[in-house]
Every structure is written in C-alpha cells, then in structure tokens.
Design a protein around this ligand. Structure first.
Ligand code: B1M
Length: 210
C-alpha cells in the first residue's frame, strides 16, 4: 500500500503511534507536507466523518481518530508553516456563556482541523465580547458556537448581536449547533447555518466557503 494510503488507514483506525511514524517516514521519503496533510491525514478524517454520519462510528472512535490526527499534525505543523501552506480557512469555535459542555464542541473543532481549517478554540463559557475580540484579533472567516442547555442557547443571539454591533458581521459566517438547537432557531437568531453533528458542521462550513 502507498505510504499516504497507509497513513489515511491508520487515522481511520485511530493508531496515533503509527500515524506519527508514517508522517515522519512520508516526509523523509520526499512527500510534500501538503500531500501528507491532504492525501494522508485529511483523507483519513474525511472517512471518519462519513462513518460518523452514517452511524458506523460513534463518539469514542472519532475521538481516537482525532487523537491520531493530532499526533500527525504535531510533526506536520512546523513543516507546513515552513513551506507556507495556507489553511483552508480560519474557524473560531466556543461553547457559549454559561455553558460548560465541551464534548460536542471539541468534536467539531477536531473535525474542522481534520478538514484542513485553522481552529481557534476559545473553550467553554465564552462571552459575546470574547467572540468579538477573537474575530478582531484573528480575522477568522467563520465563527462556530455550541450550546447544550436550553438556558444558554439564547446566548447565541446575544453573541450575534455583539458581532453585529462590532461592525464585523459581513466579514464572518456564523454557524451554530448543539443538542437543543434546530434549524428554525438558527434562522430566528440570524445565524448563517446550523449543523446537527460535527461531520455536518464541516460540510456546512465548506459549502459556506464557496
Ligand atoms: Co449536562 N446536561 N449539565 N453535563 N449533560 C445535558 C445537556 C442534559 C440534556 C442532561 C439531561 O438533563 N437529560 C441537560 C440539559 C437540559 C436542558 O437544557 N434542556 C444537562 C444539564 C441540566 C446540566 C447541568 C445544569 C446539571 C446540573 O448541574 N444541574 C450542568 C450545567 C453545567 C453548565 O454547563 N453550566 C451540566 C453539567 C454536565 C457535566 C459537566 C457533568 C457534563 C459535561 C462534561 C463536558 O462536556 N466536559 C455533562 C454531560 C456530559 C451531559 C450529557 C450527559 C452529555 C452531553 C454530551 O457530551 N454529549 C447531556 C445529556 C445527553 O445529551 N444525553 C447533558 C455527547 C456530545 C458528542 O454531543 O454535545 O450534543 P453534543 O454534540 C453533538 C451535536 O449536538 C453537535 O455535534 C455533536 C455530535 O457530532 N454539536 C455541534 C455540538 N456543538 C456543535 C456546534 C456546531 C455544530 C454541531 O457548530 C459550531
């Protein structure tokens, strides 16, 4: 099997040590950092996302695959920076103010990184002001908000209003998700999109890129 296919295969199986070794080996054999990323790591994570959506993989398998992806990225990141490879886009993500649930948000962050985005993870309990400051600081094109509580999902509206008031609404696309949310709610608060799961979030953001 070609080395990049082997790399993708080990991402799918969640074999972090093998991914680390194969990433080093592929680079040593002269593969470009960009091919290792796109034809190895991202290719593997794309399959993981598809399996997750089809209910063939569950949260633990995705987390293990994401850990393997991270092991490869650790080797690859400095090489990508040296070779000037640009990320697909920049994506800020956080769980809204008052909400401490982060498992779903972390899945979204990992899958977005797996799809080649630079991810700025603001963590949990993120205030509208912090989202706004991060957009200013990073010039990200995307903001993702997660909420798991019916009492905190309303904070998404406050955040969108803060982004509107900051004058930066036209420069970012806002996507939202989390168990209590619906497309209807996303439309009501003026988000650009809603995704029911992490794999759909990647598809949604990729569509919004075009
Ligand atoms: Co909490 N909790 N919890 N909890 N908790 C829920 C959400 C709850 C439904 C349980 C219940 O009562 N049945 C309930 C909410 C009820 C409601 O609002 N209607 C609840 C409650 C009430 C609370 C507390 C208030 C309990 C208390 O203290 N009395 C408290 C609140 C703390 C706070 O946030 N301020 C609390 C605390 C906690 C723990 C800390 C113990 C822990 C969180 C640990 C952590 O996240 N690090 C916890 C957990 C684990 C849960 C449950 C059991 C599981 C949530 C989870 O991680 N699911 C949950 C019940 C349940 O869902 N069965 C529950 C797995 C995760 C992968 O799914 O996050 O939905 P999820 O993410 C999905 C999608 O929603 C989507 O993608 C993911 C899948 O791919 N998605 C996005 C998520 N974010 C997205 C963003 C996107 C796109 C998609 O774009 C940006």
């Amino acid at each position: 099997m070609a080395i990049l296919d082997e790399l993708a295969e080990n991402i799918i199986k969640g074999q972090a040590p093998a991914v680390e070794q194969l990433t080093e080996k592929a680079l040593a054999e002269g593969e470009s950092p960009e091919s290792v990323l796109r034809k190895g790591l991202i290719k593997g994570m794309d399959v993981v996302g598809a399996k997750f959506k089809a209910n063939e993989f569950y949260v633990p398998e995705v987390l293990i695959a994401a850990r393997a992806m991270k092991a490869g990225m650790k080797i690859l990141r400095p090489r990508l920076a040296e070779s000037g490879v640009q990320p697909v886009g920049r994506f800020i993500v956080g769980t809204v103010k008052g909400d401490l649930h982060d498992i779903g948000k972390n899945l979204v962050a990992m899958m977005m990184e797996g799809a080649g985005f630079e991810v700025i993870d603001l963590g949990v309990d993120v205030t509208p002001e912090k989202f706004v400051a991060s957009i200013k600081e990073t010039n990200a094109q995307f903001v993702g908000m997660s909420a798991l509580l019916t009492t905190t999902m309303v904070k998404m509206k406050d955040t969108i209003e803060a982004i509107n008031s900051s004058g930066m609404r036209n420069s970012v696309k806002i996507v939202v998700g989390g168990a209590p949310l619906t497309q209807k709610f996303a439309d009501e608060i003026g988000a650009d999109g809603y995704a029911p799961d992490a794999a759909s979030a990647v598809e949604l953001v990729k569509n919004l890129l075009n």
